[in-house]
Write a protein that binds this ligand. Structure first.
Ligand code: PLP
Length: 453
């Protein structure tokens, strides 16, 4: 059976009848009809009607090497023929997770040499939560189990990951949150910096909120702090430079583990293999997924620092945790090839020295002065455009998120795939974008802003 035997209308009807979508208002979806993307190549995706759309989101922050990579399809095909599946439980292993773990240890910060696999970022964060609590229990401090996180954080959709996250609508007690997780203010200067406060001081104040939470709970009860180096799904909230060094200092002072969620920032997006490297951090865990395979296969890797790994190995007994697809041989084969492509094509370096700075300059020069843009900001190849009704006061348009959704719809109609998070427009393109692609994107975004104004 192929979708080509069906008209767009038929596909939309079947979709509405049988397919529950993630993060979707289904009434709205039925009224509008889903946009069905049926193929993709390089930086472009195409819908069933053949319309070409420049993908400013790399799928969902993941297709870092772009679409249409034959090498990734071939390596998956070869691996499926040789060994489509076997587990890594019960003293077994398969070759590709072994090789991948070795490679990840090479590119991770120096204190990280072990990897635990899952299929999604959410699963990896579940693993991380259990692992840090397990660590402190093995160290004889089971009461040291509170985790500090931030409002607006996104760590995934499972019950543990939503509990770690700080998104209002997802977080409700309705779903049965995991206990002993506290949330503090995020370093979101655009909305939270006070009049007259410098970026530097704001960063320190946001970090102090973490210290206050640790002191309130009692450091002897706090296991870890978790954060995305740059909050992605919460709206590409880029912390001031003072923030992360201060968080690092606070974690060390109170012997609180540092957990970075690099599901978005990992594998080149910030111009380093991991944002940890750019920020000079040596975290105890790094959660990664998405661009590990450039989205060609579902795979996550929780990178585990020596401190936790050594305790787990030496004092551990069995860690009662794992997934059928932990270390899936096909996904790991694709990841290895994907990392090879990123390295061979110098994509990390390109983001750091060329496209990252060019995106920052160009967004500022082309869109920063636009009448409904309150701020543009970027970090490597992730960017945000704040939509406001009044540039000076930063007052938003009425109806939270309506204005940015309107810009997004105009952008997609004009051949530019973007996301709107509340009143913030988001960009997170494949790392294969060139200066020319950035120019093309800015043209299309500018047109969308003009139409929405
Ligand atoms: N962590 C972060 C920072 C994310 O952005 C996401 C997804 O967008 C996740 C975790 C969850 O990953 P997944 O959707 O693969 O479960």
């Amino acid at each position: 059976m192929t979708y080509r035997n069906f008209s767009l209308n038929q596909l939309q009807e079947m979709d509405a009848a049988h397919h529950l979508h993630p993060f979707t208002d289904h009434e709205d979806l039925r009224a509008a009809g889903s946009r069905i993307i049926s193929r993709a190549n390089g930086p472009f995706v195409y819908d069933t009607e053949g319309r070409e759309i420049l993908d400013g989101m790399a799928g969902l922050w993941c297709v870092n090497v772009g679409y249409g990579r034959d090498e990734l399809a071939e390596v998956a095909h070869e691996q499926m023929k040789e060994l489509p599946y076997y587990n890594s439980f019960f003293r077994c292993s398969t070759p590709t997770p072994v090789l991948l773990s070795q490679r990840l240890a090479e590119i991770a910060p120096a204190n990280i040499n072990q990897v635990f696999y899952g299929s999604s970022g959410s699963e990896a964060n579940d693993t991380a939560l259990r692992l840090v609590r397990h660590y402190w229990a093995l160290e004889g401090k089971p009461e040291k189990n509170r985790i500090i996180s931030r409002n607006w954080a996104y760590h995934g959709s499972t019950v543990a990951a939503t509990s770690l996250g700080g998104m209002g609508a997802m977080h409700g007690q309705l779903y049965g949150a995991v206990p002993n997780i506290d949330h503090v203010m995020p370093p979101y200067a655009f909305e939270l910096r006070e009049a007259g406060e410098s970026d530097h001081d704001f960063g320190l104040r946001a970090a102090k909120a973490v210290e206050d939470a640790i002191l309130e709970a009692g450091p002897e009860n706090v296991a870890a702090f978790i954060g995305e180096p740059v909050m992605g799904a919460g709206g590409v909230k880029i912390p001031p430079e003072s923030y992360w060094p201060e968080i690092d200092r606070i974690c060390k002072k109170y012997d609180v583990l540092l957990m970075l969620d690099e599901v978005i920032t990992g594998y080149g997006r910030t111009g380093a293999w991991f944002a940890a490297e750019r920020l000079g951090l040596q975290p105890d865990t790094i959660t990664t997924a998405k661009a590990l395979t450039s989205g060609y296969q579902p795979l996550s890797a929780l990178l585990v620092g020596d401190r936790i790994a050594e305790t787990l190995v030496k004092k551990g007994g069995e860690f009662f945790h794992g997934y059928t697809y932990s270390g899936h041989p096909v996904a790991c084969a694709v990841a290895l090839k994907n990392l090879e492509i990123i390295e061979r094509e110098g994509l990390v370096e390109r983001v750091r020295t060329d496209t990252g700075p060019y995106l920052a300059e160009t967004l500022q020069a082309r869109l920063g002065g636009h009448g409904i843009v309150g701020e543009v900001r970027s970090f490597g190849l992730m960017a945000a455009i704040e939509i406001v009704a009044d540039k000076e006061t930063r007052k938003r348009f009425p109806g939270e998120g309506a204005a940015a959704s309107c810009v997004r719809d105009h952008a997609i109609d004009g051949g530019m795939m973007m996301r709107a998070v509340g009143d913030t427009m988001i960009l997170s393109p494949p790392l294969i974008w060139t200066r020319e692609t950035i120019d093309m994107a800015c043209d299309r975004i500018e047109t969308a802003l003009n139409r929405a104004e």
